[in-house]
Design a protein around this ligand. Structure first.
Ligand code: DX5
Ligand code: ZN
Length: 231
């Protein structure tokens, strides 16, 4: 399984130290939430910040989540900044196929995100082209929101498609992930867990990551055997 602390919940005045804390915590990925003030009603940080953080967390896979209306202008800057995987939103409609192609052509892993009000069927045509499907479990834009339980059947459906078609994309959840909701998502089929508030907000990030991993393993023992991440 993948545990991915979200830098959005870290102390913005100390990104370097916070990234080092994540790098030492036993987490697998660092999740980077990019908000443009247009696709979502908030602004976070851009490629220059990601590039500055990169050297502080060399061992972590950089999982860049673009909540942006014009991701086409941001792909190359984020690749240069050190992204390993870039996720774009399925709500962008006809822009999606060229975006997926472009991310792949830049040599990076490809992610596709689905917002809570969007049917999971919107992602279905792309399942054989992606490395990660991100099922949003809050409406994107802000950290610290409550998990939306109505999203669980979407995870079950995506996992059923993945098994049925023998695909191996990661199934990631993002928003309101705590030890309890992570376990519910694991039972529904998720294998990658983004958590901001519940991890960076903990006194010890290392203890929080270890505990979440243990609880997720208990919820779905098959995830414990997944010693080698799919990516
Ligand atoms: C929501 C972001 C999330 C956010 C999760 O817009 O995509 O990644 O950081 O934060 P928590 O874990 O606090 O809900
Ligand atoms: Zn995110």
């Amino acid at each position: 399984m993948i545990i991915a602390p979200s830098l959005l919940a870290s102390d913005f005045s100390r990104f370097g130290q916070e990234a080092r804390r994540a790098a030492r915590s036993g987490a697998d990925w660092l999740h980077l939430d990019i908000m443009d003030g247009q696709f979502v009603p908030n602004i976070s940080f851009g490629p220059a910040v990601v590039a500055a953080v990169r050297p502080h967390a060399r061992n972590l896979f950089f999982d860049v989540h673009l909540m942006c209306g014009q991701p086409e202008i941001l792909l190359e800057p984020f690749v240069k900044a050190g992204a390993d995987l870039i996720t774009v939103h399925v709500e962008l409609g006809e822009k999606v196929p060229p975006l997926l192609w472009k991310i792949k052509s830049l040599g990076k892993k490809v992610g596709l995100a689905v917002n809570p009000p969007t049917a999971i069927t919107a992602a279905q045509p792309y399942l054989d082209q992606i490395d990660l499907l991100l099922v949003m479990t809050v409406n994107p834009g802000f950290g610290g929101q409550s998990f939306i339980h109505e999203c669980l059947p979407k995870i079950q459906q995506a996992d059923a498609w993945r098994r049925g078609q023998k695909l191996n994309f990661h199934l990631e959840v993002d928003g309101g992930i705590t030890n309890q909701t992570a376990a519910e998502c694991a039972r529904a089929g998720a294998d990658a867990f983004v958590a901001g508030t519940s991890l960076f907000g903990a006194r010890s990030l290392t203890t929080a990551v270890t505990k979440m991993r243990k609880i997720v393993c208990a919820a779905d023992p098959a995830l414990a055997d997944l010693a080698v991440p799919l990516l």
